[in-house]
Ligand binder design. Structure first.
Ligand SMILES: Cc1ncc(COP(=O)(O)O)c(C=O)c1O
Length: 452
């Protein structure tokens, strides 16, 4: 390793605490220290190149150092980097809100900014909770969520999350929420295996809970594809039925598209697959093309109007962050949306996703690949010890981590979810680039699973 690397490594050891990272393992394994990037590749300080196989954790869209996006930030820098949105406005925040409303599912009319997906979720929860108070129904104060849900790491978002490994430590800090199984076709508690059976059983449970408890339910919160829960798409039509149940029982629907938004599943928003408009929609990650931390919570006028009142009624949404509506972030988000259109990115991503699904057939044949799940360019490959009975590897064996480590040796950076190998390349990835990435992934899975 070079002197530069060794010095940075030592400073990382001395000063930096990395997120979602067991520092003992991390420091023992020559961490990658990124220096620069170009297109779909990241480069470390040693000059080694890696494919960005998970879009820098699910957010990169066009690749790195995209001239149009770089230019948008430079232009905005020449005007102003940041001024507050509390009680005043700024140009790119207004223009971006307009664009978001134009591309969002119809009926979502108002945009409330924040800086991360978790904050967008916090805001969604507070909006839903306060909505019922503001209209005189404070008893509707409970949330229904799904097992294995992930909505971010702040306390409200964790309260509607349900991944034991991440969340159980904090149980006593959390507000209670109702949790029902996600309609997971590969692993579900109903012992059924077709999407329609899973959907039927799961919706029946939702209906039972709503019938009994709709008087206390403020909202259901759901991911159209469970991301951190293992890259699990919901069956087609499920969200539509969930919307119908919410309408029937007067429960708000919050759809968390932090991971699925901005073309990731093949449509601009995953809700569009089922023609659904939620009452509240959360977005982040891809909104800026993966450049800067902007997030947003979109709401219908039904929600907004419940907060629009004389000041002394105290119906204001008392929420905001110092950097809410940051100009640099909003400017690059606007450029990102323009580039979606001018580069026909959704069409390109659909083509790439089709190519990926062709290539993924070969993965199905592997002895330790139990399931391959795909929605657009959101892909999860679940590795199992015994394919016949879907028996997982012991989690302590860290098979997924070993595959990611092997990918790193072969020139691609990935981050698994236990033994689900996540593959989420930037949407602008070319066919040739995708092939190169999938060649590495295939080889890494073979190498690791044959050794175990
Ligand atoms: C569905 C979903 N919601 C919320 C979040 C949290 O987003 P952030 O990491 O920007 O706080 C994530 C992050 O992966 C996510 O996948």
């Amino acid at each position: 390793m070079s002197t530069v690397y060794n010095e940075l490594y030592q400073k990382n050891r001395d000063y930096l605490w990395n997120p979602f990272t067991q520092m003992k393992d991390y420091l023992a394994d020559d961490p990658v220290i990124i220096d620069r990037a170009q297109g779909r590749k990241l480069m470390d300080v040693e000059g080694r190149e890696y494919w960005d196989g998970v879009s820098s954790v699910w957010l990169n869209v066009h690749g790195h150092r995209v001239p149009e996006l770089d230019e948008a930030i430079r232009k905005q820098l020449d005007k102003v980097s940041h001024s507050t949105l509390l009680g005043m406005a700024n140009v790119p925040a207004i223009l971006l809100a307009e664009q978001l409303v134009k591309i969002a599912p119809p009926g979502l009319q108002k945009v409330f900014y924040s800086d991360s997906g978790a904050e967008a979720v916090e805001i969604a929860l507070k909006m839903a909770f306060q909505y019922w108070r503001n209209i005189g129904r404070p008893e509707k104060n409970t949330f229904l969520t799904m097992k294995e849900a992930y909505h971010g790491d702040t306390i409200g978002a964790v309260s509607v999350g349900a991944i034991d490994m991440f969340h159980s430590t904090y149980t006593t800090l959390l507000f209670p929420s109702l949790k029902l199984p996600y309609p997971n076709v590969y692993r579900n508690p109903f012992s059924v295996h077709t999407p329609s059976e899973v959907m039927e059983r799961s919706l029946a449970q939702v209906q039972d809970v709503m019938a009994e408890q709709c008087g206390q339910l403020a909202a259901v919160i759901v991911e159209p594809v469970q991301g951190a829960g293992g890259m699990v798409p919901m069956p087609e039509g499920y969200l539509r039925e969930l919307r119908r149940l919410c309408d029937d029982y007067d429960v708000l629907l919050i759809v968390d598209e932090v991971a699925t938004g901005f073309g990731r599943t093949g449509k601009m928003f995953a809700c569009e697959h089922d023609g659904v408009t939620p009452d509240i929609l959360t977005v982040a990650k891809g909104i800026t093309g993966g450049y800067l931390p902007i997030a947003a919570t979109l709401a219908t006028n039904r929600i907004y109007d419940a907060f629009y009142a004389d000041y002394d009624q105290l119906k204001t949404l008392y929420h905001g962050h110092s950097y809410t509506g940051n100009q640099l972030g909003c400017a690059v988000a606007l450029a990102n949306l323009e580039l979606f259109q001018s580069s026909w990115l959704l069409e390109h991503a659909a083509h790439i996703a089709d190519h990926a699904s062709e290539r993924l057939r070969a993965f199905w044949e592997l002895d330790h690949v139990g399931d391959v799940r795909q929605k657009g360019l959101m892909i999860g490959i679940e590795l199992v010890e015994d394919k016949a009975c879907a028996k997982p590897y012991p989690w302590q064996q860290r098979t997924g981590v070993k595959v990611a480590r092997r990918c790193r040796e072969l020139g691609m950076l990935l981050r698994p979810l236990t033994d689900v190998i996540v593959f989420m390349p930037p949407l602008a990835t070319t066919v040739e680039e995708l092939d190169a990435m999938l060649d590495i992934l295939y080889r890494a899975i073979v190498d690791v699973t044959q050794q175990i």
